[in-house]
Write a protein that binds this ligand. Structure first.
Ligand SMILES: [Zn+2]
Length: 375
């Protein structure tokens, strides 16, 4: 057994129920888990000591929604959009063509490069979706590559209907042979429920088939307009309904009375110039919210959780503390993980030392590299 004391912490965010933020604190890591929390002067003897010099320490970020298995570049599409053209879901097909043409090594290299970017910015748990293959072979290899890096892999064969394919025939493929081949590499099943992608009935068919194959449901819902996605998520007991940009009052009520996390992806609204979701309304209604990057080459090509957290504070009505909770514990809840996203005793000791005296700097100093170390 090895032990390490992390001490002289100016501000420590643990998410302990009675004391979520401590000052002048220390904690002990034993075999990778938090074993003790208290004042520096009371700390037990340990094998090693890490003195952080008064810095703030927060739980590692949990990025519960990413699309890292892709190839190609869509900067020209972004530039066009920023000069006046609206975002349409069909741009996904551009990435599909590039992804199918890429080798496994190229795709794995892209995943590794983005994961390194994420870790350097404090992310310690990442979900990765397939969805740029859209053939049995390309979806399966996308998930197999993602699985090398994280247990949180999501089968998103129902991302968009491939060009020239009938919707019903494609849903049959996704829920048939594609699901059989992909399920062994995935923990989650997902569907893009949106006009231009999959409707409510099709989304239900996809998620129900995934559940029957042993996968857990989550959904892309209510991104570009009102729709049935959120209600379907609640009805099926999905862990997450992600996007939630356009919600009716009954959608909010349904989420508030459920175990479904509302996943907020502010990088998308930033990168597509869409209205931001109203996070304040969700939190005030008692909905559990998460913040994630949705890192993908089309609608949100950022790997930075601190950037998304800052957007949630500036443009979505969350306090800095609420945004930090959504980016850590909220993400963990979205992934049904109880050992990450916090630093209570027993937690996996994923923690981020900031070059700042307070977690508030994550939103107060947007775009600034504040992560000193990730442990
Ligand atoms: Zn997404």
């Amino acid at each position: 057994m090895t032990s390490r004391l992390v001490t002289n912490i100016g501000e420590l965010v643990t998410w302990e129920p009675d004391r979520p933020v401590r000052h002048d604190a220390a904690f002990v890591v034993e075999d990778g888990a938090v074993a003790w929390i208290g004042a520096p002067g009371d700390a037990p003897a340990t094998d090693t000591v890490q003195d952080v010099g008064g810095a703030a320490v927060v739980p590692g970020f949990v990025d519960s929604h990413t699309h890292l298995v892709f190839a190609g570049d869509r900067s020209a599409e972004f530039e066009a959009r920023m000069t006046g053209q609206p975002y349409a879901a069909g741009g996904i097909r551009t990435t599909v063509e590039a992804t199918r043409a890429a080798t496994d090594d190229q795709l794995a290299g892209t995943v590794a490069r983005h994961l390194a970017e994420m870790r350097a910015q404090g992310t310690t748990t990442v979900e990765i979706k397939s969805g740029y293959g859209l053939t049995v072979h390309d979806e399966e290899r996308s998930l197999a590559i993602a699985r090398r890096s994280t247990p949180e892999t999501t089968f998103l064969g129902a991302h968009v209907v491939p060009a020239g394919t009938d919707v019903a025939a494609y849903v049959d493929l996704v829920t048939g042979e594609m699901l059989r081949r992909c399920a062994p590499h995935a923990r989650w099943i997902d569907v893009f429920c949106e006009d231009g992608a999959f409707g409510g009935d099709e989304a239900r068919t996809v998620l129900t088939a995934g559940i029957a194959a042993g996968l857990l449901p989550r959904i892309h819902a209510n991104q570009l307009g009102p729709g049935p996605g959120v209600q379907l998520a609640v009805e099926l007991g999905a862990a997450a309904a992600d996007h939630c940009t356009y919600l009716t009052a009954s959608d909010v009520d349904a989420l508030a009375g459920s175990g479904t996390v509302a996943g907020l992806l502010p990088g998308v609204e930033f990168s597509t110039r869409q209205p931001y979701p109203d996070a304040r309304r969700l939190v005030d209604a008692g909905v559990t919210v998460s913040i994630a990057t949705d890192c993908n080459p089309g609608s949100s090509y950022t790997s930075s959780m601190p950037f998304c957290l800052a957007l949630a504070v500036r443009d979505m009505g969350l306090s800095p503390l609420e945004a930090l909770r959504a980016a850590t514990q909220g993400g963990a809840t979205s992934l049904r993980r109880d050992e990450v996203g916090h630093l209570r005793i027993g937690a996996t000791a994923d923690h981020v030392v900031l070059d700042a005296p307070s977690y508030v700097h994550l939103a107060y100093r947007p775009g600034v590299p504040l992560v000193t170390s990730v442990g």
